[in-house]
Design a protein around this ligand. Structure first.
Ligand SMILES: NC(=O)c1ccc[n+]([C@@H]2O[C@H](COP(=O)([O-])OP(=O)(O)OC[C@H]3O[C@@H](n4cnc5c(N)ncnc54)[C@H](O)[C@@H]3O)[C@@H](O)[C@H]2O)c1
Length: 335
């Protein structure tokens, strides 16, 4: 099986590429990645030497380029996306372009070249906040932020290509991933890299928001399972990590990095910060998947990786006006 992985130089994509290259029946992995600020070719440093690996720097918005590589593979795992919620507050257009239009371009090519397997990688955030209970795959989509709305739109486009054209699409929706190689804009690497260098971290509100944390390799095993055994047209929730408030997560990271609560600054909650996500993932469990890594093991491994790879802490722009070392993006908070 020749597999095209879009976004394969990003956080989850690069772990998936490593995993696919370990499978004997994967004859070739082609990564198509634009290497935006979030993509890192170093994530694939070892894999680039594999004769079964091809890396292409390019955008999924380039139809000719997409066609060229799609017609040379049998399967696609589509991860390329703008992935950071906070950025979507002031760059929503880029999210719509990449996540919605880009997905449609890959799907269109997949349809024309008769792709045999297509996994569209999405998120639990499309279900919106759930004060209680757990979302099943049939629940309505109620995204509250532009990132999640763009992912929800792309899910619907993907499923429509199955209904209308018979493209063998499976959609996966996973909870928050963590692990090595994640961009420092996301909460765990941001906190870890700050704490390891003695800088403070910022907690939104009282840190009461609840997220489910899944080790990235567990997610990648689920993605490969869906790639191989998923039923076209079906959606698979990938949950099963550990539910934590951000305050609880902060406590664990402080302990793991040898810091204490003096390192924590409280800042006002960000806009539209969904209080809780939760999913029912029994459908995936029925395919035989269970997460394997405990939170304790996964966090220890993550912190060890950032400690061992100081040069791999991605460059981040700090807001000079910010009183703390929280990562700023490109617009002032509250813009
Ligand atoms: N990280 C999570 O917790 C999480 C959870 C659920 C779902 N997801 C989804 O999984 C996928 C991967 O997430 P991630 O955390 O690895 O994101 P990431 O931001 O680390 O990686 C995204 C990759 O896509 C590439 N990319 C962006 N625009 C592109 C374009 N136009 N053409 C080609 N490549 C482009 C980037 O260069 C980067 O390498 C995304 O679709 C995201 O929505 C992520």
């Amino acid at each position: 099986m020749d597999v095209l992985v879009t976004g394969g130089a990003g956080f989850i994509g690069s772990h998936l590429v490593k995993q696919l290259l370990r499978a004997d029946d994967v004859t070739k992995v082609t990564v198509l990645d634009a290497i935006t600020y979030a993509g890192h070719i170093e994530n694939l440093r070892d894999e680039l030497h594999s004769p079964r690996m091809t890396f292409v720097k390019g955008t999924i918005l380039d139809k000719e380029l997409v066609d060229y590589y799609v017609q040379r593979c049998q399967a696609i795992v589509h991860l390329a996306a703008e992935s950071h919620v906070d950025r979507s507050f002031f760059e929503a257009g880029t999210f719509v372009m990449t996540n919605v239009l880009g997905t449609q371009i890959v799907l269109d090519s997949a349809q024309r070249f008769g792709i045999e397997r297509f996994v569209h990688v999405s998120t639990d955030e499309v279900y919106g906040p759930l004060p209680s209970g757990a979302a099943t795959e049939n629940d309505p989509l109620r995204p509250t932020v532009p990132y999640a709305a763009s992912k929800a739109a792309s899910d619907l486009i993907a499923l429509s290509y199955h209904q209308t054209f018979g493209v063998p699409v499976c959609v996966t929706r996973s909870s928050n991933n963590y692990g090595p190689c994640q961009h420092a804009e996301k909460i765990i690497p941001r906190f870890v890299t700050n704490l390891l260098t003695g800088e403070p971290v910022t907690l939104h509100g009282q840190g009461e928001h609840i997220r489910n944390w899944l080790y990235v390799e567990d997610n990648c095993r689920a993605l490969e399972l869906v790639l191989r055994e998923g039923v076209p047209g079906e959606i698979y929730n990938i949950g099963g990590g550990t539910d934590l408030t951000n305050r609880e997560l902060t406590g664990l990271l402080l302990a793991e990095c040898g810091a204490d609560w003096d390192a924590v600054r409280h800042v006002p909650d960000r806009r539209s910060n969904d209080v809780r996500y939760a999913m029912d993932w029994s459908k995936l469990r029925a395919l035989g998947w269970e997460p394997q890594r405990t939170l304790e093991e996964g966090l220890a491994e993550t912190v060890r990786w950032y400690r061992d790879n100081p040069d791999r802490r991605p460059p981040v722009r700090r807001d000079p006006a910010a009183p703390t070392a929280e990562v700023a993006i490109t617009a002032p908070v509250g813009a």
